[in-house]
Ligand binder design. Structure first.
Ligand code: SF4
Length: 187
């Protein structure tokens, strides 16, 4: 299987109930030779309509965080844990994560990144589980943001999702500091 085949499967996927309410299943975007992969939770409503990642309100914040951190979108690969819009931006269910995460696993296998940046709770929890990292209780996940976890040659780096700034603009400074670390992690 290659990326074309994988993305074709995602676009036509009916493995969970989200296929009934989505307009577009959103595939990952960016550089297939990237050393850094960023994993968000799921597409928003605008992304669902337009068929592209991070173009809605949180996408604007995401672009600003990357720009200030001097990270070019062309040099990284970005994707979601869940490929279809979650109605009313609700949380993903256990079943939806189980069904959809096989696509993310393949993307990680293809990209083979040096650094995995997880955006927010659900992507972080999935990656911690995948790599058998100690999982804290849910309310303590916030303590992981901005810290590095080493798995063999790979670094897992959880940061807050850009959406957090939509709800709490005063958090932008501290979140930006975490994004500023990303390029510094590259050896
Ligand atoms: S969310 Fe994932 S598993 Fe569910 S229909 Fe979309 S692509 Fe398939």
């Amino acid at each position: 299987m290659d990326f074309n085949e994988l993305n074709g499967k995602i676009k036509s996927c009916t493995n969970c109930r989200l296929h009934k309410s989505r307009k577009n299943a959103i595939t990952g975007e960016g550089n297939f030779n990237a050393k850094i992969i960023l994993i968000a939770q799921a597409p928003g409503e605008i992304e669902d309509s337009e068929g592209k990642m991070f173009i809605g309100p949180s996408g604007k914040i995401f672009d600003r965080l990357l720009q200030n951190a001097e990270i070019q979108r062309d040099n990284i690969y970005i994707t979601n844990l869940i490929k279809c819009y979650l109605p009313k931006c609700r949380r993903p269910s256990k079943n939806e994560i189980e069904q959809c995460s096989a696509y993310l696993d393949k993307e990680i296998e293809f990209i083979d990144p040096q650094i995995i940046v997880t955006l927010g709770f659900h992507a972080t929890r999935y990656i911690f589980k995948k790599y058998n990292l100690n999982q804290p209780p849910k309310k303590e996940y916030k303590n992981l943001f901005g810290k590095q976890f080493h798995i063999n040659e790979r670094i897992i780096f959880p940061v807050r999702h850009p959406t957090a700034i939509l709800f709490n603009p005063e958090k932008e400074k501290i979140i930006q500091e975490n994004y500023n670390m990303i390029l510094k992690l590259l050896s």
